[in-house]
Structure formats: structure tokens, C-alpha cells
Design a protein around this ligand. Structure first.
Ligand code: ZN
Length: 138
């Protein structure tokens, strides 16, 4: 069995952002040389998500407004922020959108369903964040 590990680094210009990282994951898969196996992608931070969905701008705006209703930004709204932080909403948004994705690899390609793409969801950006890609297989 082969194993391949790579980290991606992001520093978004806005606090909250969704980025399609499918090309970066496909490039890591190509480098790995693995044709059949599994690919794990997860952020190394508790205020960011990796998730799979459609690359459709309207949907991304819907995600953003839905998340803002569920966990609105606000320093005085949360227990977590009593210690001086302001990112309680980002922890909650990350939990809603999920930590990681695992995608099957078949014939050297990410074996997606229709319209599936991999996204990095940033909820407390404007600082350096890492995303781990781990690929195992033959
Ligand atoms: Zn925090």
C-alpha cells in the first residue's frame, strides 16, 4: 500500500469564505501516483471546514446566510468569547459544515457523484490555515 501526504496553506482576505479546492486535491492525487484507494481532506483548524457540495454561487450565498442565522457573529453572544476571543460563531459554523471529507479513488481519479466538488470553508480567516490531504491505496 502506498501513502501520500500534503498540506495546503490558505490565508483568506475575508473572515468567511468558501473556496473550491478540487483542483489542488486532484493535483495531489496525480503526484501520489495512487490509482485505487481513499483520499482524506481535512482542515488542521477548529474554525474551518472541508465539505463536498455543488459549485454554485447562489448555493454558497444560501450557506452563508443560513449559517449566519444559526450562529450569528457577535462577541457578546457566546460563552466562548468571554475569555477575550471573538470566534465562537466560527467554531459553531465549522461544526455545522463538517470537519473532513473522504473520497474514493478509482482509475486514478476522485470518484465523485454528479456535481460534487470539494470546498474549504473558512469561518475565521485573515490568518494562515492549513489543510491536510492524505491519500492511501495502490
Ligand atoms: Zn475560539
Amino acid at each position: 500500500m502506498k501513502s501520500f501526504t500534503q498540506e495546503l496553506i490558505f490565508n483568506t482576505s475575508s473572515r468567511q469564505e468558501f473556496m473550491n479546492i478540487t483542483p489542488q486535491v486532484e493535483s495531489a492525487l496525480k503526484k501520489s501516483g495512487i490509482k485505487d484507494g481513499l483520499c482524506l481532506v481535512n482542515p488542521m483548524h477548529i474554525t474551518a471546514s472541508v465539505f463536498i457540495n455543488d459549485d454554485e454561487p447562489g448555493l454558497h450565498k444560501d450557506f452563508a446566510s443560513w449559517l449566519e442565522k444559526l450562529a450569528p457573529f457577535g462577541k457578546d453572544k457566546y460563552q466562548h468569547n468571554l475569555g477575550g476571543e471573538d470566534n465562537a460563531d466560527a467554531h459553531l459554523k465549522r461544526t455545522i459544515m463538517g470537519r473532513e471529507v473522504v473520497v474514493a479513488i478509482t482509475d486514478g481519479k476522485l470518484h465523485f457523484g454528479p456535481w460534487e466538488q470539494i470546498f474549504y470553508g473558512e469561518f475565521d480567516g485573515r490568518r494562515k490555515k492549513r489543510v491536510l490531504i492524505k491519500i492511501i491505496g495502490e
